[in-house]
Design a protein around this ligand. Structure first.
Ligand code: MTE
Ligand code: MOS
Length: 763
């Protein structure tokens, strides 16, 4: 069970903003959001705000003692002179109540000079408004690949953005502690980076700033970089006023101010041989990075590294670039560009299969990586055979062939309702592409009474990392889980941590926790060896008992051993450290072995669509996913199911609308449709692949956080199948992403028109 499950469901779990009430004399921060997508701030008069009762101070650029920038790339002024997106905060008001702060913000007088704005990727591409590097992924020679092709197709594809819609909006709480140190609670996935940004905004050293993250109410990548500026505003307010400052965005502020998943546009050309095997892929991927770089470059790199998904493509040339537009700064979102890259090839295969006269699932299988083959960036695809194993097992578990036949009968009998069935694979690389991030630290304390307190560098955002870390410690020390407690993540306990991201939280921090426990256990084994009269290597630790190997009857209590060890002056705590071995990455040439391993999975989805409205239902989903030897099967199944549903939301329902002024029109849950219980498949079978030990990772496990999101590609492919059935066979069925009912309706219309044309031609 999740370590905080009872607290979550009873409402007793505390989040950053819940901690504010405990602080005396609290100030509330409120932003003044600019009403233009692109404008110069000509003048700002903050004096009227100060006449509003309760307003204490207005924070502006002039107040910043350090660097007025909240980005890691130094392209994100915290208090901007040039407004770069509709809703950007130009100043922040501090007041005794949130209401007074809001009225204060209304009273600030700002004069803007509007500037021309770039609001679409099309405009950005046309005007060459790009930012950051433009990497090219290359293998072989695509010219040769196209010469070898029998079939060549070209097309374009676009995937939309996605709002994280974590339940907890961005929040920060800052105060000066009793020693005058700056202490910040932040809903951040990356406490160390929040600490660094706060330090540079305030002109302090990292050692003068402590960031704590108790738990995050959902991050999904959206809190990897976006929280830094909010933490800096709260910290600045606390330093300037000497009072604690609370900053929590309301939902609309969060939606309009923070970055989302990157929309991607791709133009592609693909070649197949006579058997439907891919010979070449040439593509240009453009992402919409919004107003600043943020994580756009690594997101793009991951898109390039996943455009192959599960398929061997001999000749590849893919160019990537990041558009600069006057929108929120798009950022990490579960999968981190991987899904956007993967969708390109899955869309190609889904579209081209009918043209090649093959079933889509057969076309996919034919192109799977075989053991011994390598990705276009040069990494051998270890355990490629798992793709085949998973595929075969899932086809069987999901009764694919029989259901396909049933669906054919159903479709033939129903002119206005059609069903579609699809199976799609996932191969996802685990580790940060940025090699330095693949390290972690932990602190493990064993107290004299045998109780254990652990601390690690990862943050808990609902994904169950803390639960897994407690399990790792309990297993490593051989004590019952109830003996292990976990203390909140803080930068003064474990320094220089990486973001809890790239799904690698458990791999990295688990490695560090285990390392710390192993150190302590080795010392305890020495002590136990003496009293048990055996070699230290032969001492076993299990269930709170310590005994000579093979002789549980001669056991002693763990707590007793700890007590004795203390009196013999044995160090009972340890700092653990882990760095992922064997990684290298050449960012400029997009080559190397950036991933420790690949995580595999596949999903079958069955959809039913209504020919009159395009509305659809998910009838059944079967998921099979590889998490190695699961550290925590309940948590992992939850991640698989949750990731799938979140992915299905992005691909079918969730649609961000920006109006002509660049204002986000979908500013709340009433207009931005999220998946809920009613969108869950009526039959939902999620399973973990068995006998899947992954050597070299903590307890044989594999990461789970992001990859299952991409299982939802099967939902869109099933919709494509269903829509295509309204038309003649053998044609490429296009489908927009998100495949909203409206988009599905237009796809059906296109299919019907093709049918009409066929009829007309026959006439
Ligand atoms: N699950 C929940 N419940 N909430 C989240 O915010 N974030 C996802 C995934 N699963 C997330 C989640 C993302 S984007 C990542 S990278 C991983 O969890 C991070 O955690 P891990 O590395 O511990 O798996
Ligand atoms: Mo996850 S997008 O790497 O936080």
């Amino acid at each position: 069970m999740h370590e905080s499950a009872e607290l979550h469901v009873s409402g007793a779990a505390l989040y950053t903003d819940d901690l504010g009430v405990r602080l005396h004399n609290l100030l509330h921060a409120w932003p003044l959001q600019a009403p233009h997508a692109h404008a110069r701030v000509v003048s700002m008069d903050t004096a009227p705000a100060l006449t509003v009762p309760g307003v204490v101070r207005v924070l502006t650029a002039a107040d910043v003692p350090g660097v007025n920038d909240s980005g890691v790339k130094h392209d994100e002024p915290l208090f901007p002179e040039e407004v770069m997106f509709y809703g950007q905060a130009v100043c922040w008001v501090l007041a005794d109540s949130a209401d007074a702060a809001r009225r204060g913000a209304d009273a600030v007088e700002v004069e803007y000079q509007e500037l021309p704005a770039i609001l679409t990727m099309q405009d950005a591409i046309a005007t060459e408004s790009f930012q950051g590097s433009q990497p090219v992924l290359r293998r072989g020679d695509v010219r040769l690949g196209f010469e070898q092709a029998i079939h060549i197709y070209e097309g374009e594809f676009e995937s939309g953005g996605q709002e994280h819609f974590y339940l907890e909006t961005n929040a920060a709480l800052a105060h000066l502690d009793e020693s005058g140190q700056l202490f910040i609670q932040s809903s951040t996935q990356h406490p160390t980076e929040t600490q660094e940004i706060v330090a540079h905004v305030l002109g302090l050293t990292s050692s003068q700033v402590t960031v704590q993250c108790l738990r995050v109410g959902g991050g999904f990548g959206g809190k990897e970089m976006q929280p830094h500026g909010f933490a800096a505003v709260a910290a600045l307010g606390a330093v300037l006023t000497g009072r604690p400052v609370r900053l929590r965005l309301n939902r609309t502020q969060d939606l309009t101010m923070t970055g989302k998943r990157h929309p991607f546009h791709s133009k592609w050309k693909v070649g197949f041989d006579a058997d439907g095997r891919l010979t070449a892929l040439q593509a240009t991927l453009s992402s919409d990075g919004g107003w600043s770089l943020d994580l756009s470059e690594p997101v793009l790199a991951r898109a390039l590294c996943h455009i192959d998904n599960a398929y061997f493509i001999p000749h590849v040339e893919v160019q990537g670039r990041v558009c600069k537009t006057h929108k929120t700064s798009q950022t990490a979102f579960r999968g981190f560009g991987g899904p956007q890259g993967m969708l390109v090839i899955e869309d190609i295969l889904g579209r081209c299969a009918p043209l090649l006269g093959l079933d889509a699932h057969e076309l996919r299988r034919r192109n799977f990586y075989a053991p011994g083959e390598a990705t276009p960036y040069g990494q051998p695809v270890r355990h490629a055979e798992r793709l085949h194993t998973i595929w075969t097992q899932l086809l069987e578990r999901g009764d694919f062939a029989a259901r396909q036949a049933e669906i054919e009968v159903f479709n033939a009998a129903h002119p206005h309702t059609k069903r579609g069935l699809a199976i799609t694979p996932v191969k996802f690389g685990i580790s940060f592409n940025f090699t330095a991030y693949n390290q972690a630290g932990a602190l493990v304390h064993v107290y004299k009474d045998g109780s254990v307190l652990i601390n690690h560098g990862g943050t808990e955002m609902g994904q169950g990392l803390h639960t897994k870390m407690m399990q790792v410690a309990a297993t490593a020390l051989g004590v019952p889980l109830k003996c292990v407690r976990l203390a909140p993540t803080r930068t003064d306990k474990v320094p220089n941590t990486s973001a809890t991201a790239a799904s690698s939280g458990a791999d990295l921090n688990g490695g560090a926790i285990k390392n710390a426990c192993d150190q302590i256990k080795a010392r305890l084994a020495e002590v136990a060896a003496g009293s048990l009269g055996v070699h230290p290597d032969d001492v076993r630790f299990e269930n709170g008992r310590v005994f000579p190997m093979g002789h549980p009857d001669r056991s002693m209590d763990f707590a007793k051993l700890v007590h004795d060890a203390y009196h013999l002056r044995t160090q009972l705590w340890a700092a653990g450290y882990y760095r992922t071995p064997g990684l290298h990455w050449d960012r400029e040439n997009v080559q190397g072995e950036p991933f420790k391993y690949f995580s595999y999975g596949a999903a079958i989805c069955e959809m039913e669509v209504d020919g009159f409205t395009g509305a659809y239902r998910q009838l059944r989903a079967d998921l099979l996913h590889d998490v190695g030897d699961s550290l925590s099967p309940l948590i992992d199944l939850g991640q698989v199911e949750g990731g799938y549903v979140q992915g299905a939301g992005w691909m079918t329902l969730e649609e961000l609308h920006w109006d002509k002024a660049g204002r986000l029109a979908t500013q709340s849950a009433s207009t931005y449709k999220l998946p809920s219980f009613s969108e869950m498949p009526e039959i939902f079978n999620a399973a973990l692949l068995e006998e899947a030990t992954e050597s070299g990772v903590v307890y044989g496990s594999k990461a789970v956080g992001e990859p299952p999101l991409m299982l939802a590609i099967s939902v869109r492919e099933a919709l494509r199948q269903a829509a295509a059935t309204f038309g003649p066979s053998g044609r490429a069925q296009e489908l927009a992403l998100p495949a909203t009912p409206e988009a599905v309706y237009w796809a059906i219309e296109a299919a019907r028109q093709a049918a009409g044309q066929v009829v007309a031609a026959d006439d």
